[in-house]
Design a protein around this ligand. Structure first.
Ligand code: SAM
Length: 234
């Protein structure tokens, strides 16, 4: 495994990054509170995810693939729209994050969500399966080989299906003054300036190759989501 990918995997190992860590020691609790304060001034990532899911116009019965699903933060909003007849496959390489998603699934009694522990850069859909929607939020920017991950996501979605990517990116112009702060703030989660630069390239690729039907921005341009249709001919 690429050393940077191994670093990210370690970050989501037995002890989780600050926002997911239930029992940090005292100095970490103070630092976490400070970082959360800064982060909450800049973003409402949960709201952005819901906006992107809304814009994806999920329909009852849809099959949805969620890359880097983590604790399953988006599952409830997706399930609300696809109903009991739809299904969700969540993929993540962190057993600790998936354990939390599993816990939520069990306590909520969700039976149409399946979890897969795997590296998304190597993901291949089960034989004969394709998905109506493929989604990845706050995942691509921390994957060194993001092109492999995006190709896998796009490849798993049926022609005419929908691809949703939301992530931190480098802001342009005067707002680029925020970029070092965002790189610092996201470092414990695997974030980096390089990863945020990669996302600008990814969003440009979506604009070139797909039909972008909705877009949203937050954090003064340091976060973006694109909702796009895969061409019928693909
Ligand atoms: C910042 S969390 C975001 C989780 C979720 N998407 C959300 O928005 O709440 C990033 C997640 O990506 C996962 N991840 C990073 N690289 C991955 C890879 N190559 N394959 C699978 N999962 C990966 C991590 O384990 C972690 O759960």
């Amino acid at each position: 495994m690429d050393p940077s990918a191994a670093r990210v995997k370690k970050l989501y190992g037995e002890t989780l990054p600050p926002a997911y860590d239930d029992r940090p020691s005292f100095p970490w609790r103070v630092l976490r509170a400070a970082k959360m304060f800064v982060g909450n001034r800049l973003y409402d990532l949960e709201l952005q995810s819901v906006r992107a899911i809304e814009a994806a116009s999920l329909a009852p019965g849809d099959r949805v693939l969620v890359f880097c699903c983590g604790t399953g933060r988006e599952f409830a909003a997706i399930r609300e729209r696809i109903g009991a007849e739809g299904s969700v496959l969540g993929v993540d390489f962190s057993p600790a994050m998936l354990a939390r998603a599993q816990h939520t699934m069990q306590s909520e009694g969700w039976t149409n969500v399946t979890l897969l522990e795997a590296d998304v850069t190597e993901f291949q859909p089960p034989e004969g399966t394709s998905f109506d929607v493929g989604l990845c939020t706050c995942g691509m920017s921390i994957i060194p080989d993001w092109t492999a991950a995006f190709d896998a996501l796009l490849g798993a979605v049926r022609p005419g299906g929908t691809v949703v990517v939301g992530d931190l990116q480098l802001a342009a112009g005067v707002r680029s003054l925020l970029n070092p702060l965002v790189a610092w703030w996201t470092r414990p989660y695997g974030g980096s300036r390089k990863g945020h630069a990669n996302m600008r390239t990814l969003f440009e690729r979506m604009e070139r190759e797909l039909d972008v039907i909705a877009t949203g921005e937050d954090g003064h341009g340091t976060y973006r989501f694109h909702v796009a249709r895969k061409p019928q001919s693909a």
